[in-house]
Design a protein around this ligand. Structure first.
Ligand SMILES: Cc1cc2nc3c(=O)[nH]c(=O)nc-3n(C[C@H](O)[C@H](O)[C@H](O)COP(=O)(O)O)c2cc1C
Length: 178
């Protein structure tokens, strides 16, 4: 099915719903064009500096972290109903050990504006370019977050990805698990 280019924030509600119910798929690439995908459950979608942004939080221990550091781009893909096993898998196995695209039969489409792939099977896709990043610091962070999330450190890096292109399948709304 042909994907349609859509305004960056037009599927924000659907995207945030899935982010909070199972997670989204963040895809990235190494400089040699080998793709990786990991599940994310935390992120923000909105406007900053007059631009549409997807902010994602990636721990330095993830294989994905090094790929975003090296390329400065990523995509966020909203899985459809029935893809729950894929989000579980991509959230528990590392691309250091397994080719997750191959293992799960995911189809990588070339992004229009970024080198990272979008995932054909996902009905909504965002191509993002990192315009800013911030490493979360212990200093300034509320104690309840330190206790709940960072008892062992390993603070996330926040990547502020400008949404350069957003895509949706024509039947995206019916295929999202709302
Ligand atoms: C539902 C769910 C949500 C997750 N959200 C995040 C997240 O927002 N940030 C993060 O760094 N890891 C998150 N993870 C963990 C990574 O997806 C997991 O460590 C993954 O194996 C990393 O893959 P990689 O090493 O190929 O990058 C999540 C896992 C699950 C199952």
């Amino acid at each position: 099915m042909e994907k349609l280019r859509v305004p960056a924030l037009s599927y924000a509600m659907e995207t945030l719903h899935v982010l909070n119910h199972g997670g989204l798929l963040l895809a990235s690439t190494d400089k040699g064009g080998h793709y990786n995908v990991m599940t994310i459950g935390w992120g923000l979608l909105g406007t900053l500096w007059r631009l549409p942004f997807f902010l994602v939080a990636v721990r330095p221990s993830r294989y994905t972290h090094g790929l975003i550091e090296a390329t400065g781009v990523f995509t966020v893909n909203v899985p459809a109903k029935g893809m729950e096993d894929i989000t579980d898998f991509c959230g528990s196995v590392s691309g250091r050990d397994v080719d997750k695209f191959k293992e799960k039969g995911l189809t990588a489409l070339l992004g229009k504006n970024v080198k990272a792939p979008i995932i054909a099977e996902c009905p909504i896709n965002y191509e993002c370019q990192v315009l800013y990043k911030a490493n979360i610091q212990r200093e300034g962070l509320h104690e309840k977050i330190v206790e709940a999330i960072y008892p062992k450190g390993s603070y996330h890096t926040l990547y502020f990805g400008e949404i350069l292109t957003a895509w949706a399948d024509p039947d995206a709304k019916e295929r999202i698990p709302l």
